[in-house]
Write a protein that binds this ligand. Structure first.
Ligand code: SF4
Length: 433
């Protein structure tokens, strides 16, 4: 078999050469998410997320730390074996020899290095236009056969076309932005921190401040490759350290006014809804030491609703499924979930002011601009019904079209904007008045 000289494969081979040379997790992350890795896209993406957080991908696979069905496990083990073989190739081989060996190891056949590219001509020959391609006949979007997640449905709710690119096509995304790396590193730091301080106490203030500083340093150093420059890395670490100290300020107030104990961190949430599997991870689960109720906590390092009423409105308009899904997943596990909490950790200059929603039987209006409010189980039930409707639709195999959003703000940081010719025009930017 001769492998076609396609650009995507070239990128895969370049990444494999980088992995063979430097052995960094950044190159391994790119390898496992490539279509040539032999690993299903969403499975590869899940391991890539762990890799970006400093977890060893190969060790996690080889020790079977995450459960996977037998066919996926076989794919992962084969990938791990191949990756180790690539890493063990002699460092004296030149790039072309490593590329050929990688193609052999991954069963890609002979790399068509000598073949002319399918389009275009060498520089010294006359330029000839290729014939236009016949459009492919229209066909429905293949049914989604994997698990669902609240974040995939959030993507669909934000822009159906984006869901199509990201999930149905498994199109390759840009490397994670520094904002994404920042968020993941801070999540890891807090996860470690609460492993040591599950029950924050005022008397532990000095120890908590010291430990959280160490956790932030460790987590950001493990994600160092995700930042483009040393300056950006240093600035983001400083920002995270300031935010972490404000977070401890908030913990100390909580320890006095509403003491809690952390029951779990990065808790796997899985739920079957109408026969369809949904999965996710809950940042933190707490038990309120006064009421005994369980609260679901989600850290937010990006844009977040500024008030309880704003977040509830997103749930009512089916634009956010995250906390409703966690609520149902934990309720199915037998927890009495009494609060849903979003903790904003974006702005290092502001006090930490969580959005706290008490779960009540019937939803009603929340006071505008207040951080605390209520959310009704009737609203959570409607959200669950909508999740099932959407998953039915995405798994139906009858969808022919995924509409681009009409809200141009969604396109600002979209990784698929270049490919998306039907995206709405951006609103004119205003730099002053
Ligand atoms: S560019 Fe805009 S319309 Fe296109 S996929 Fe991205 S968010 Fe959707």
């Amino acid at each position: 078999m001769v492998v076609p000289n396609c650009a995507q494969l070239g990128v895969f081979l370049d990444d494999a050469v980088a992995w063979q040379r430097d052995g960094t997790s950044a190159s391994l992350v790119r390898l496992i998410t490539a279509p040539w890795s032999g690993v299903e896209h969403d499975v590869g993406a899940a391991y890539a997320a762990l890799g970006r957080r400093g977890v060893s991908i190969l060790e996690t696979i080889e020790r079977g730390r995450l459960s996977a069905p037998p066919d996926q496990r076989e794919q992962l083990l084969r990938f791990a074996r191949n990756a180790r073989r690539v890493r063990e190739l002699s460092t004296e081989r030149d790039d072309a020899a490593v590329r050929a060996a990688v193609a052999d190891i991954f069963g890609l056949g002979t790399v068509a290095a000598e073949e002319p590219p399918p389009y275009g001509v060498p520089a010294d020959e006359e330029f000839v236009l290729a014939d236009p391609r016949e459009p492919e006949p229209s066909a429905p979007i293949p049914p989604w056969r994997h698990h669902f997640s609240a974040s995939s449905l959030n993507t669909y709710a934000e822009c159906a076309r984006k869901w199509f690119y990201k999930y149905a096509c498994g199109a390759i995304e840009d490397p994670a932005s520094s904002a994404g790396v920042y968020g993941k590193a801070l999540h890891v730091a807090l996860e470690d921190f609460h492993g040591e301080f599950p029950r924050p106490r005022r008397g532990d203030e000095a120890a908590m401040r010291r430990r959280i500083r160490e956790c932030v340093n460790w987590a950001f150093n493990a994600s160092r490759d995700g930042f483009a420059t040393a300056v950006e890395f240093a600035l983001q670490v400083r920002r995270a350290q300031r935010t972490a100290q404000r977070y401890v300020d908030w913990l100390i107030v909580q320890a006095k006014e509403a003491p809690f104990v952390v029951l779990g961190r990065e808790v796997a949430a899985s739920l079957e809804m109408d026969g369809r599997p949904f999965v996710g991870y809950i940042d933190r689960l707490d038990r309120d030491e006064i009421s005994g109720g369980v609260r679901v906590v989600d850290y937010k390092t990006g844009h977040i609703a500024m008030s309880a009423s704003e977040y509830c409105e997103k749930v009512r308009r089916f634009r956010d499924f995250q906390l409703p899904f966690y609520y149902w997943a934990r309720t199915a596990e037998g927890d009495r979930v009494t609060k849903l909490v979003l903790i904003p950790l974006k702005d290092a200059l502001l006090d930490v002011r969580p959005i706290v929603l008490d779960v009540v039987p019937r939803g009603g209006p929340n006071t505008r601009d207040e951080a605390c409010g209520t959310i009704g189980t009737d609203e959570l039930e409607r959200s669950r019904t909508r999740m099932m409707e959407l998953s039915d639709k995405l798994a139906s195999g009858t969808m022919h079209h995924c509409e681009p959003t009409k809200e141009s703000e969604a396109c600002t940081y979209c990784a698929y904007a270049l490919a998306c010719v039907q995206r709405p025009a951006q609103k004119a930017r205003r730099f002053g008045s």
